[in-house]
Design a protein around this ligand. Structure first.
Ligand SMILES: Cc1cc2nc3c(=O)[nH]c(=O)nc-3n(C[C@H](O)[C@H](O)[C@H](O)COP(=O)(O)OP(=O)(O)OC[C@H]3O[C@@H](n4cnc5c(N)ncnc54)[C@H](O)[C@@H]3O)c2cc1C
Length: 497
């Protein structure tokens, strides 16, 4: 898939020569790649089904170089796609055929941890987990913990407003960031938020968080750190049906309990991860819930007791509480490795990501089971259930165009069913290119125009990550005409992403 119609080879070569010449004037030799062999590793992110080589890849070392790359591209009207670790799952960092990929990989320094203010100042390319590792000697950690935290960067987390197991209790990226610094498309410095809890003037920090690299290139971030709890224990509950597990999630929250993590895995997912990490999961259960409690030993003991009572009343037929830290980490290791485990049982998988009201979990699980029959593809389910955030993993083989096609339709139907159930097409993985069409279902033309207006306020020429996130009126009109009947999509030759 390309974001722009493939330019003629001669046009591409001429444009590349022009852009490379201009960028060589502002970057050291080692910071610019443009030969196919060097740019191929950048052709996709975690959504590997869609690929596109960029014109060139810039790997600046300093903020001055970031500004210079942006100014140069702005002057030439060249699109720029920022890139962190490339672990995104919605194609957000997929290159533009006529654009420059701007990698923040070399912005990997932690500039300081302030244990009194409970903050850390880090460059955008710092890995999520590295922040907690640096803060650990102070008894602190950075709470949002995407399962990709060993690799993904804080810049990418901000661009996607990433979530994780701990976000139910401690908030998403949005709630754990004080200040974001970076550069506009024109290469001008820009600061969002402040070092205090409240920024003077209009607070536009929430605009950049979740903006998917469309408003600014982020170079430096000040994050909040939270004290490491004295104790954490994980309760594993087995259910005879996925519907009962879904209803148990709603029951826990309704009982006034906010666990430190509340995750659901269905039987196919549990089997896949157990085979991979041997976490000790109940392989007979139709679904299992992992519920974490953290705090002082007394708080944890009381909360585990209350959660156990609620889960039993909701139909749990087996409960197991981690007895030590090693066992707690083992329980979580399966959940955290759900995606790689799926990669072991299928040539490819597409991870969908939508959100529904918690009380509709059982409904969506039923609907997904029907879709498996309809599209003839298997689906493993792993959810940030406490947030109502779904991650159905559709298994397919990308070498078979028909399977890819059915997978896309399956995914679109999950997203649109989520909207019908009162939810959203976006969960925590952003829109990227993956959910462009589904955005047409969720938002009206007026709402989409307002989103474009915000983009243009920061990036008048629409050069930062163009063609992603907000679908055009034309695209939505075309998508609206393409109604699936008896499982067949008319005009299958038309590009739909
Ligand atoms: C195995 C696996 C598990 C995952 N689990 C989770 C999970 O639990 N929760 C979750 O939320 N996500 C999860 N993800 C998705 C992904 O890791 C997150 O979206 C992450 O935030 C992406 O970070 P990145 O550095 O890899 O960004 P990239 O993939 O490089 O980029 C993502 C987007 O951010 C933009 N961007 C990146 N850096 C910058 C910057 N410095 N300035 C401006 N824009 C920028 C890019 O243009 C792109 O639009 C998972 C992915 C994998 C592969």
């Amino acid at each position: 898939m390309t974001l722009v119609p493939s330019p003629a080879a001669s046009e591409l070569a001429a444009r590349r020569a022009e852009v490379v010449t201009a960028l060589r004037a502002v970057l050291p030799v080692h910071a610019l790649l443009w030969h196919d062999a060097d740019t191929t590793p950048y052709e996709c992110d975690g959504l590997t089904a869609y690929r596109q080589r960029p014109l060139a890849v810039a790997l600046p070392d300093t903020e001055a170089q970031v500004a210079a790359v942006l100014r140069t591209c702005h002057a030439l009207g060249v699109p720029v796609v920022a890139r962190g670790a490339g672990t995104g799952l919605s194609g957000g960092a997929m290159p533009h055929a006529l654009g420059v990929t701007l990698s923040l990989a070399r912005f990997n320094r932690i500039l300081g941890v302030d244990p009194l203010a409970c903050t850390a100042v880090v460059q955008a390319g710092v890995r999520n987990l590295a922040i907690s590792e640096e803060a650990a000697p102070f008894g602190l950690y950075y709470a949002p913990d995407p399962s990709s935290q060993i690799a993904c960067t804080i810049g990418g987390n901000i661009a996607e407003n990433s979530g994780g197991v701990h976000c139910l209790k401690y908030g998403l990226t949005l709630h754990n960031v004080l200040q974001v610094r970076g550069f506009t498309a024109a290469g001008e410095p820009i600061t969002f938020g402040s070092l205090a809890l409240d920024a003077p003037g209009l607070d536009v920090l929430p605009l950049v968080i979740g903006s998917e690299g469309m408003l600014a290139v982020i170079t430096e971030v000040t994050v909040k750190l939270v004290p490491k709890p004295r104790l954490a224990r994980c309760l594993m509950a087995s259910f005879p049906t996925v519907e009962a597990a879904g209803e148990a999630v709603a029951a826990v929250i309704a009982a006034g309990i906010i666990p430190a993590g509340l995750e659901l895995m269905d039987k196919p997912m549990t089997a896949a991860v157990e085979d991979f990490v041997h976490a000790g999961y109940d392989l007979d259960a139709a679904a299992i819930l992992l519920c974490e409690s953290d705090g002082t030993p007394d708080e944890v003991a009381e909360e585990i007791e209350r959660m156990s009572a609620v889960l039993r009343a909701a139909g749990a037929n087996r409960l197991e509480v981690s007895q030590d830290e090693a066992q707690r980490l083992r329980f979580w290791s399966g959940r955290k490795n759900a995606f790689p485990a799926s990669g072991r049982i299928s040539p490819d998988y597409m991870c969908m990501d939508s959100t529904i009201p918690r009380k509709r979990l059982a409904d969506i699980l039923r609907a997904i089971a029907e879709m498996e029959q309809k599209y003839g593809l298997r689906c493993c389910n792993v959810f940030h259930a406490g947030d109502g955030n779904l991650h159905p993993l559709i298994l397919f083989d990308a070498n078979d165009p028909d399977q890819l096609h059915r997978c896309e339709q399956f995914g679109a139907e999950i997203l649109e069913t989520s909207v019908a159930l009162g939810g959203t097409v976006t969960g925590e993985h952003g829109v990227g290119v993956e959910k462009l069409n589904s955005m047409c279902v969720q938002f009206s033309a007026e709402e989409r125009e307002q989103m474009f207006a915000i983009k243009r306020a920061f990036d008048e020429r629409e050069l930062l990550n163009p063609g992603k996130v907000i679908p055009t009126l034309h695209r939505c009109a075309e998508y609206g005409r393409l109604t699936v009947r008896r499982g067949l999509l008319p005009f299958p030759e038309l590009e739909r992403f």
